[in-house]
Ligand binder design. Structure first.
Ligand SMILES: NC(=O)c1ccc[n+]([C@@H]2O[C@H](COP(=O)([O-])OP(=O)(O)OC[C@H]3O[C@@H](n4cnc5c(N)ncnc54)[C@H](OP(=O)(O)O)[C@@H]3O)[C@@H](O)[C@H]2O)c1
Length: 396
């Protein structure tokens, strides 16, 4: 069910005293460099939507590159790099949808390069997600000694933040254990972590006009403040695909004010504001659409607590819904022919997916691989809706 299409703000106001928008952010932030529009240049968030089985994105993803660049040093860059480099069979223990398995199974990738524009002490990864990288079978992690620059500010960051200390420790251990002669590494795929590389340009070549053939970076150095500056030295990498994972950006909601610079709904602690900066009575926001696309689930919980606290503070002054009966919304949606689902419907879909997983496991795994499949995700929206509304039974 789509807000703005199936239901309007007026409908919501008619049926509820208050509305909380928790619509998050699903789009990639822009990276404004030449060549970003080339065929083979993708947004990491779009790729995440594909491999997570988002029902509203295409089922196919072009995976024809042997060498890939992933731009950014956040957890999304790590997720994207891990999925791109891992062998598809090793992803079957996860909830990977079948169309995604099929796409990744045929990927010819050999090298995935992750580029950060600052140093190893300035990464935005978190320790668990970084360590997870080393759990990929037949994938060697490669680091480069010239990228390991630590200035006084880095030392301060390492001493004052346990997460930074842990991650720098992990990275320095990995490089210390790496053979000096990289030809001694034997895995069929490699995941390279580069630091101090700022993106400059993506380019094609005469052999494949319009298609990514390589990427240029400027080497950077730390400037003593925690930031990095260009050195004037440029380096090129032959790659056939580029994934930018430099953050998300929120999307405007119909009939609600939007800050197009920050990509958030303007708000004061979760109270949504109008163009004049006044709280719109009964309208609230929480999560990434409230504070921007940063933070793990813990931050999101704290954020929700703040919004709900303000809502409760306002409860005596909320606008009163004209039709507050719970069934009225259901009747409205039914009358409009909206195919929505309910909590019971979600449980039915969950049971169906688990049953598909159990049946595949019992049949000896899937795709010729003996593996316990926890669940097999249903991806097409019409199938999800049909199963959750009509309780269609599991078939493998
Ligand atoms: N498993 C998990 O727990 C998980 C998984 C996914 C996401 N998340 C969370 O979701 C949030 C969003 O993650 P995210 O990875 O999208 O964002 P992020 O953590 O903000 O990381 C963005 C990265 O992009 C870099 N960047 C930004 N602009 C750039 C540019 N113009 N050129 C080069 N690099 C650029 C940033 O570098 P600078 O630091 O230099 O700006 C940073 O390394 C984070 O809080 C993350 O931890 C968690």
């Amino acid at each position: 069910m789509d807000y703005g299409t199936d239901i309007s703000i007026e409908d919501l106001r008619t049926h509820y005293d208050a509305v909380i928008f928790a619509t998050g952010a699903i789009k990639d932030a822009d990276l404004n460099i030449p060549g970003i529009e080339l065929d083979g240049s993708y947004g990491g968030a779009d790729f995440v939507s594909w491999y997570d089985g988002h029902p509203d994105v295409a089922r196919e993803w072009p995976l024809d590159a042997k060498e890939i660049a992933v731009i950014g040093n956040g957890n999304v860059a790590l997720d994207v790099a891990r999925v791109l480099s891992k062998h598809a069979d090793d992803l079957l223990v996860s909830e990977i949808p079948d169309n995604v398995y099929a796409g990744l199974k045929n990927s010819p990738v050999t090298d995935v390069h992750v580029f950060g524009r600052r140093g190893p002490a300035q990464v935005k990864f978190t320790p668990l997600e970084l360590r997870e990288l080393s759990h990929s079978k037949d994938v060697d992690i490669i680091l480069y000694a010239e990228d390991f620059e630590f200035d006084e500010e880095s030392d301060r960051q390492i001493q004052s933040n346990n997460q930074t200390k842990t991650m720098v420790g992990t990275l320095t251990n990995w490089i210390a254990e790496q053979p000096e002669d990289l030809s001694e590494l034997t895995a069929s795929r490699r995941l390279h972590l580069h630091f101090l590389h700022s993106p400059v340009e993506i380019y094609d070549d005469a052999a494949t006009p319009g298609k990514v053939a390589g990427m240029k970076f400027e080497r950077t150095e730390l400037d003593g403040t925690g930031n990095a500056r260009g050195t004037g030295e440029f380096v090129d990498y032959p790659v056939q695909a580029v994934y930018r994972s430099i953050g998300y950006f929120g999307s405007a909601l119909p009939e609600i004010e939007f800050d197009h610079k920050k990509g958030v709904v303007p708000n004061d602690g979760g109270r949504v504001l109008d163009a004049a900066g006044t709280h719109v009575p009964g309208i609230y926001a929480t999560g990434w659409i409230k504070r921007g696309p940063v933070g793990l689930i813990g931050h999101t919980k704290g954020d929700a607590l703040e919004t709900v606290t303000y809502l409760l503070e306002d409860r005596d002054n909320l606008p009163v819904a004209a039709v507050p009966e719970a069934d009225a919304v259901v009747e409205l949606l039914d009358a409009r022919g909206v195919k929505f689902t309910s909590w019971e419907g979600w449980l039915a879909l969950d049971a169906h997916e688990l049953a598909l997983g159990a049946a595949a496991t019992e049949a000896g795994g899937s795709h010729g691989v003996e593996v316990k499949r926890e669940r097999i995700k249903v991806v097409p929206r019409e199938d999800m809706v049909a199963i959750s509304r009509d309780g269609v039974t599991a078939q493998v």
